[in-house]
Design a protein around this ligand. Sequence first.
Ligand SMILES: [Zn+2]
Length: 154
Amino acid sequence: MDLFTFNDMTKINRTELGDEVPLELFRAIRLIGMYQGLPMEGKTTTLTVGRKIGRSIPADTVEQFLDMFKALKIGAMTLLEQTDSYMLFRVDDCFCSGLPVKGKKVCDLEGAILEGALKRILSNNNLSVYESKCNINGDDYCEYTVRKYNNIDD
Ligand SMILES: [Zn+2]
């Protein structure tokens, strides 16, 4: 079987139910299925899954990626600060917004999506994304801190 591409995901032929699924379903897959259902709160799996999705998202610039992130209704992400070695992203209206506060950061998949996308867009495999704030942790919004190092690959 050929591998699926992100473009394949946009081919939808549903006559009655349309092209969207409820946020409850996305949350259930993310938090009940992955976060609670997998070993170690899904940490390694989540990273693998998120990075793979991030790399597949068709965006050539950070701005295009932020547009896609919003269009996919994961959240409204903005780039707050940037230097050569650092980026700070804020997410408003994150998919998690409104869930009960549990004192934990749970939006690691979304951070891994950001990481996969940035690695491809910036042509730098030597960067990492850290979830620095999360609504579920009691913070006012979700936030990702990116550390960029000199690219050691190619
Ligand atoms: Zn969140």
